[in-house]
Ligand binder design. Structure first.
Ligand code: AP5
Length: 211
């Protein structure tokens, strides 16, 4: 089974991807995490995309499609993939349908105003990429990742002005994908404004319906 998680930046895709992984053992393929790892490692790809990530603009389709194509060939993806942050354009969605079968698309619905506040309170682990929220999903020890002990940081693209640009990019370039998938009856919408546990409950019900 392969799933796509769609939704605005900060809608909770990464949080719910971790919940689905824990339940099913599926692999999380997050293009955002792969790109941030490339930036951190200082690879040629990383140097090419750093400015785009910092400004909240999309990386060219060809680069991310190549990244996903290569990753899909690895054994990690054999037991099913949760796509987090990919596809982000209709072109990427069409290409993904050529590369593999997508069974369900979960759309996390959260209004823009709630997103801007959420992002300012998000903290991310640079080592295992887990995300927390200072109020709603705090760590046990302040500033330290519960899962791996990494020292949490604030992503450069979580600054309010960049978040607003990312939301514009989402509405213009990514939202049209929802209709692309709706046309083939693959969309389930989850109310992402609920408490995280309730969002997880709805998410897992949608996933279990496909299993
Ligand atoms: P990416 O890393 O994919 O970022 P994103 O889609 O903008 O999503 P986020 O990781 O910011 O948010 P999320 O939905 O995972 O939310 P989270 O669970 O953390 O992409 C970054 C950049 O990479 C892009 O801007 C682009 O430049 C590039 N890129 C990546 N993929 C690309 C592609 N395919 N094509 C082109 N370019 C690409 O939750 C957010 C916060 O809310 C956390 O603090 C969390 O704890 C909290 N939270 C979670 N659930 C709840 C809840 N129910 N209630 C309250 N708070 C909650």
């Amino acid at each position: 089974m392969n799933l796509v998680l769609l939704g605005a930046p900060g809608a909770g895709k990464g949080t719910q991807a971790a919940v689905i992984k824990q339940k099913t053992g599926m692999y999380i393929l997050s293009t955002g995490n792969l790109l941030r790892e490339a930036v951190k490692a200082g690879t040629e790809l990383g140097n090419r995309v750093k400015g785009l990530l910092d400004s909240g603009s999309l990386v060219p389709d060809e680069l991310v499609i190549q990244l996903v194509d290569e990753k899909l060939k690895s054994s990690e993806c054999a037991n099913g993939v949760i796509f987090d942050g990919f596809p982000r354009t209709v072109k990427q969605a069409e290409k993904l349908d050529e590369l593999t079968k997508i069974d369900k698309v979960l759309v996390f619905d959260v209004p823009d105003d709630a997103i801007v506040e959420r992002m300012s309170l998000r903290r991310t682990c640079p080592d295992c990429q887990s995300t927390y929220h200072l109020k709603v999903l705090p760590t046990k020890i302040e500033g330290i990742c519960d899962k791996c002990g990494g020292k949490l940081y604030t992503r450069s693209d979580d600054e309010p002005a960049v978040v607003r640009h990312r939301l514009d990019v989402y509405h213009e370039q990514t939202e049209p994908i929802i209709n692309y998938y709706r046309a083939s009856g693959r969309v389930v919408t989850v109310d992402g404004t609920q408490a995280p546990d309730k969002v997880s409950e709805d998410t897992l019900s949608a996933v279990e319906a496909v299993l």
